[in-house]
Design a protein around this ligand. Sequence first.
Ligand SMILES: [Zn+2]
Length: 268
Amino acid sequence: MRYIEPHAHMVSRTTDDYQAMAVAGCQAVCEPAFWAGFDRSSAEGFFDYFRQLTEFEPKRAARHGLAHYCWICLNPKEAEDLALAGEVLKIIPQFLDRPTVLGIGEIGLNKNSRNELAVFERHVDLAARHRQLLLIHTPHLEDKLKGTRLIIDALRADGRLEPGRVLVDHVEEHTIKAVLEAGFWAGMTLYPDSKCTAARAADMIELYGRERLWMNSACDWGVSIPLAVPRAALELRRRGHSADAVDEVIYRNPARFLRQSDKFREFP
Ligand SMILES: [Zn+2]
């Protein structure tokens, strides 16, 4: 089996996790910038985090034969302090030309607040002006449907980004249709106790097809499984999906989306 892990927060994982992913057939891991579990107190904190994503993690992954890419942004959970957000938005452009940076992400909404939406729109502007791919986090549970609608409306209102260069992540049964119908890519996040299980992901693939769809583990410092993608592949095979169909979802699809950044190569 070969696969791409398109969304994993490896700064919170051990080197053993990199090794296990490589053994399971992972070819490349992509790491969006996120909330580290606590609020950073200064723009310098973000600067160092972006250095960790672009300098340290690629070296750690390479020791296990894994390519490591990342996405840069300020997470919606830290968007309430608009003065700090403004400072961080100013330092992001200097990282966009680094050789393993794929785009802006994971931006999005968390509580669907006015400040979150304002910072979301500033990131969209940055992506449009620097011609970057966009990776979008959608809120949890009861906020997800409203947040997904707000995100789609904001992207449509801006109008500068091609939907095929935007991936809306953490879709669930009640949001996947709107995302795909609007022309965006959709990501299913495999968590043991929230978001989406392997069985629910398989159901959604059976209902909506494989086009513009990927799966990720989004493994981080919380309860999550770094090998969730290959495990979901086993669930698909158990249900009778062909090896070729599974390869499309876990390898060719993410490769197709990510290759829109000329920095992405499966085997650098
Ligand atoms: Zn994430």
